[in-house]
Design a protein around this ligand. Sequence first.
Ligand SMILES: NC(=O)c1ccc[n+]([C@@H]2O[C@H](COP(=O)([O-])OP(=O)(O)OC[C@H]3O[C@@H](n4cnc5c(N)ncnc54)[C@H](O)[C@@H]3O)[C@@H](O)[C@H]2O)c1
Ligand SMILES: O=P(O)(O)OC[C@H](O)CO
Length: 353
Amino acid sequence: MAHSVEKVAVLGAGSWGTAFAKMVADTAKESASGVSTVLWGRNEQRIADCVATGRNEAYFPGVALPESLKFTADLKEALTGADIVVLAVPAQSLRTQLEVAKQWIEPHAVMVSLAKGLEQGSGLRMSEVIAEVLQDGAASASAVEQRICVLSGPNLAKEIVAEQPTASVVAASTEEVARRVAEICACSYFRPYTGTDIIGVEIGGLVKNVIALCVGICEGKNYGDNSKASVMTRGLAETTRLALALGAEPATLSGLAGMGDLIATCSSPLSRNHTAGRLLAEGVQPADLPKVMSQTAESVKTAPVVAELARKHGVEMPITEAVVAVLSHRVKVEDLAPKLLGRSLKNENASRA
Ligand SMILES: NC(=O)c1ccc[n+]([C@@H]2O[C@H](COP(=O)([O-])OP(=O)(O)OC[C@H]3O[C@@H](n4cnc5c(N)ncnc54)[C@H](O)[C@@H]3O)[C@@H](O)[C@H]2O)c1
Ligand SMILES: O=P(O)(O)OC[C@H](O)CO
């Protein structure tokens, strides 16, 4: 018997966590559902400022957050009684954060991953990391897996905070769970579609970051729209190859979590992955990116993990490999295009699947 949703906890008070929490609180208000929303952040001073001002100035200066949205730096308080837990911390922090949080997570709580990355070391997708951490002697693997959900799509947080119309995909192992999550965020400016292709949704979201970094390099080198469209299209082809090899459904990759997110991220100056590529082309060293940018660009750490996963499954991913070569100083940004264009000629559709 499914629990009704009374409380949603969002963990991670960065850009996407704040935007998502606002959306859940707005949805509750519009639908008069009575769902309460709490946003947890680890930085006590920042959370105290959010409580005092009703804004998260570090991420969205001047934006008033809903009055009903609660803020806390106390993880136990955030998680106690939460029917849905939304994980909005970067991919490489998720396992550590969840290990600490799991003692207070309700046994029935649905877990929603918002992160778009693969874990370094294990090569696992975020849904797999969550399953690994939450499984213990008490819960069967399938019972835990049924509670795991992912949400991904063309969702630039700054546009969502400005309440610009946006769509996305929520995937879980059953439509019923995906729908429960969709219902907490389906508001006047956000339309979540549901599905069961967790692999396709996750791979679409995390590989597009790598492709966006490559498009950012094109932009920084002042290449025009032909170059960018070529990288995006062939980027989608290699994303699809990897996703299908891992068991995804082809339609997911031409949907919101695949092509949709690729278009948004590769086209937008708001994208941190796109920005990271542009900065590399302008001469910033890969190791200096975190210092120069104050926010997370997941592709920098995820690209080598994607390349490794692809090699393991015998999938060719030339753009990803080229990005990894740039990030590891094996190829200069100037040599990226010759490296990609100089490969042996092939039929466009031959290696799609
Ligand atoms: N920003 C967006 O537009 C957007 C949209 C969709 C998906 N995403 C994805 O969401 C994830 C988070 O991105 P973001 O944009 O919110 O990043 P961000 O850099 O804006 O914020 C990340 C937050 O997580 C916190 N954090 C880092 N490590 C932590 C830890 N161990 N414990 C607790 N908190 C920790 C940071 O302090 C920061 O507040 C990424 O995987 C990103 O790809 C972002
Ligand atoms: O800013 P980025 O590059 O992390 O992209 C944000 C979202 O993933 C876009 O959907």
